[in-house]
Ligand binder design. Structure first.
Ligand code: BV8
Ligand code: ZN
Length: 258
């Protein structure tokens, strides 16, 4: 793996801009359960069964309980060496643009810890666990206080002076819902412009996010994958390195900035 890491570091040192596409695997080393690995289950449900508008319409309390559990789980987690290495690379002035599928906020936390204030080169493609929005008037709200799911009445409602009293939902993109057109539009523009795409910790299953790496590849640029397992992205990767994010990503950052 060492010569692959050296080769990948060489490619990334020459490439600008670089698109970094991350998935749940980059946060696994921070203790955040992945979707499809062990621990990705919650009670007996799978993410695809709960992260949908139908599931929320059917049982908003169950879905809020799941998001509450995930928010509590993530609240105790810190960015790991992979998140911090990517933020450090950006802070050192490299044109590195991060598109994450994760809703755990760890990239944003790493940026703040690294002194990055503009946050402008981070797209949270699927929203955030730490926000909510009104199902009636679409107003965004801070993540609600712990949800009293003892009874339906305890579910978070659209409040405040302009509040309409509508039921709040987690501010994430569910399966079957379109991504924010500005967010995914920018992400595909980043993929088109990228001289290399670094893909870290994604099973490459969820679209349209996983398609970003293919766009970069189709433009003839390099795709470098970091994952302990092979994925559908492996077959298009210039280099696919079997390794964990926290251990491998810091070794990829060009020497000049690491
Ligand atoms: C949409 C937010 C259309 C919620 C999530 C083709 C084109 C377009 C759409 C589709 C399509 N085919 C199918 C679809 C529909 C669907 C889809 O992709 N389904 C999949 C299951 C086949 N896509 C959608 O529904 C999207 N919407 O297309 O809308 C539309 C247009 C107009 C009008 C109406 C509709 C919306 C998708 C977004 C869903 N929301 N999350 C929440 O989080 O609660 S997706 C969810 O999965 C998470 O965001 C997660 O990040 C994401 C992807 O999973 P991964 O991040 O890859 O995580 P996973 O656990 O799978 O893998 C972890 C990897 O890490 C593994 O490979 C493992 O080996 C590795 N790993 C483990 N440890 C480490 C590690 N790697 C490194 N280091 C380690 N230590
Ligand atoms: Zn409202």
């Amino acid at each position: 793996m060492t010569d692959q890491v050296g080769h990948a570091r060489g490619i990334l040192a020459e490439a600008s801009p670089v698109l970094v596409l991350t998935g749940a695997g980059i946060s696994a080393d921070s203790g955040v359960p992945t979707f499809r690995g062990e621990g990705g289950l919650w009670r007996e449900f799978r993410a695809e069964e709960l992260a949908t508008p139908d599931a929320f319409a059917r049982d908003p309390r169950l879905v809020w309980e799941w998001y509450e559990w995930r928010r509590r789980t993530v609240a105790g987690c810190e960015p790991n060496a992979a998140h911090l290495a990517l933020a450090g690379w950006q802070a050192a002035g490299a044109d590195v643009r991060i598109a994450t599928q994760n809703v755990d906020g760890l990239h944003g936390m790493a940026a703040r810890l690294t002194g990055i204030t503009d946050g402008g080169r981070l797209l949270e493609l699927h929203g955030t666990l730490f926000g909510a929005r009104c199902t009636a008037c679409a107003r965004r709200a801070e993540s609600p206080d712990p949800i009293d799911t003892g009874n339906g009445a305890g579910l978070p409602r659209c409040g405040g002076p302009e509040g309409c009293g509508g039921l709040l939902r987690p501010d994430v993109v569910w399966f079957g819902e379109p991504l924010d057109p500005d967010v995914i539009g920018t992400a595909f523009a980043w993929a088109e412009a990228a001289a290399a795409c670094l893909v870290v910790g994604t099973s490459g299953i969820v679209q349209p996010a996983a398609g970003l790496a293919e766009v970069t590849r189709e433009r003839g640029a390099a795709v470098i994958e970091i994952n302990p397992e092979s994925t559908p992205i492996t077959r298009i990767a210039t280099l696919s390195i079997r390794g964990g994010a926290a251990d491998t990503v810091p070794r990829l950052i060009p020497r000049a900035v690491s």
